[in-house]
Design a protein around this ligand. Structure first.
Ligand code: SF4
Ligand code: FES
Length: 448
């Protein structure tokens, strides 16, 4: 193993930016491959199927991209009864799902007590993990639902650019941080936090998108939601112009790149293929997402009679796409073809203490030792796949989480010297796992 002082590598922002603007098919194949290998390595072949129960399409908000906004006065509104919701959850059990998400617009009739009772009954009867996707709710409601047993909360921060955020949420109250304080609150209440971005918002440029992807990493999310912008121009408050899409490359392709990059930057997070991918006309969207880093899908469980009323993307999702997403045989068969299988148990996510504190207001202390492993396809396949696991196990076994931080990065163009691993201020080329572990052992004065 050779060592030398760390040479300035392209910054992470620049690397993400390069991939977002890359359009050569052979290079994109490389990105898809790296993401797929990383997915297999860190979260395995199991696909988390989270049954979606859209419990209400009432909404007091007016997000410019969403057909449920209150300005859409022609939409037939519904709210499921507790019995209907429990019926859907029983179906989830029959299909072998491990989790459900209860989704709705910002519906004031979903009170803390009403939904708390449903969550308690659902957990007691089915044992399913329960996620909520109900918009920005009050502290009291969030605390009550968490206490009732809700496990995870889904809310995209959409973009870290407050000007764009303002355009999307013409009527919302927000501060300079957009939804980020809300995510911190969820974490402090003990929720698993699922959040993410929209790709291709009119006015968004690739620099801003790269910054959003980096923000995802800093937030240390349990699940990362990436979806392309889908125009609901009939209702949106901002001037509609298809020319705005020129700001970023085509949203569907860019969303797939973002999924792949997120897998590389957040290897252990759940990354779903979302329905919005299908809504922008991406054929076989769930399969493409699963082959580019995703490990989760949201099969539809909402009663059929209500599905077309949940018009997030009005007129854009044909019924057969909904059929494809439902948990009946077609989905199983497709997973089989892809060499994947439904998840049957909860996957433990291993996080360092430093990562886990990324959402807390306290600044992160600089670790004593930073270990950086190149996760580019060349280094990864030539040994860093094993090295990264061994380093992680070493840190855990010796309780070094507060002192050592393990980070991955994308290819820095030094492939011919790879596999490359940084330990402190030195980069080690031709690094193998045993030699790196020996360096760590020496640094921390540890005997086996
Ligand atoms: S995105 Fe959610 S909060 Fe916004 S209009 Fe749609 S349902 Fe309402
Ligand atoms: S893959 Fe290129 S430097 Fe590691």
């Amino acid at each position: 193993m050779d060592s030398h002082a760390a040479t300035p590598a392209p910054g992470q922002h620049e690397l993400v930016l390069n991939w977002l603007t890359e359009d050569r098919p052979e290079q994109l194949e490389r990105l898809w491959h790296m993401a797929d290998v990383t997915r297999a390595r860190f979260v395995g072949d199991a696909v988390e199927l989270c049954g979606t129960i859209k419990i209400s399409n009432h909404c007091g908000e007016a997000c410019s991209y969403c057909g449920l906004q209150f300005r859409n006065r022609d939409l037939h509104r519904y709210r499921l009864t507790p019995a209907q919701i429990l019926g859907c959850a029983r179906e989830a059990v029959q299909f072998g799902y491990r989790s459900v998400v209860l989704q709705a617009g910002l519906d004031g009739q979903l009170t803390a007590e009403w939904l708390g009772d449903i969550i308690r009954s659902l957990k007691k009867e089915t044992g399913l993990a329960v996620g909520l996707s109900l918009g920005e709710r009050s502290d009291e409601e969030l605390a009550a639902w968490r206490k009732a047993g809700a496990d995870r909360y889904y809310l995209r921060f959409l973009t870290a650019d407050t000007n764009l955020y303002r355009l999307l949420h013409a009527t919302a109250s927000f501060g300079d941080q957009g939804r980020l304080p809300f995510l911190a609150k969820l974490k402090s209440l003990g929720y698993e936090v699922a959040s993410g971005i929209i790709v291709g918002i009119p006015g968004q440029d690739v620099n801003g998108l790269a910054a959003d992807i980096e923000r995802i990493r800093a937030l240390d999310l349990d699940a990362v939601l990436i979806g392309p912008y889908v125009s609901a121009s009939e209702w949106r408050a901002m001037p509609a112009s298809d020319a705005a899409y020129a700001d970023v490359p085509p949203p569907a392709l860019t969303a797939l790149k973002a999924i792949a990059l997120v897998r590389l930057l957040c290897p252990e997070a759940d990354v779903p293929g979302t329905a919005a991918l299908a809504a922008v006309g991406l054929a076989d969207a769930p399969a493409l997402a699963l082959q580019r880093g995703a490990n989760m899908l949201f099969p539809e469980l909402t009663p059929r009679v209500c599905r077309t009323d949940y018009a997030c993307y009005p007129g854009r999702v044909p019924l057969d796409e909904l059929d494809y997403f439902n948990g009946r045989s077609s989905l199983r068969a497709r997973l089989d073809e892809l060499g994947r299988r439904p998840a049957t148990e909860k996957r433990a996510r291993r996080r360092s203490a430093a990562e886990a504190s990324a959402l807390s207001p306290a600044p992160r202390a600089e670790p004593e030792l930073r270990v950086t492993v190149c996760m580019g396809s060349s280094c990864f396949s030539r040994g860093n796949n094993r090295t990264v696991t061994e380093i992680r196990d070493f840190i855990e076994r010796h309780h070094l989480a507060g002192r050592a931080v393990l980070e991955g990065h994308l290819c820095t163009g030094m492939c011919k010297h790879g596999p490359n691993v940084g330990v402190g201020s030195e980069t080690h080329s031709h690094a193998d796992a045993a030699a790196v572990i020996e360096l760590l052992r020496h640094h921390f004065s540890l005997k086996e």
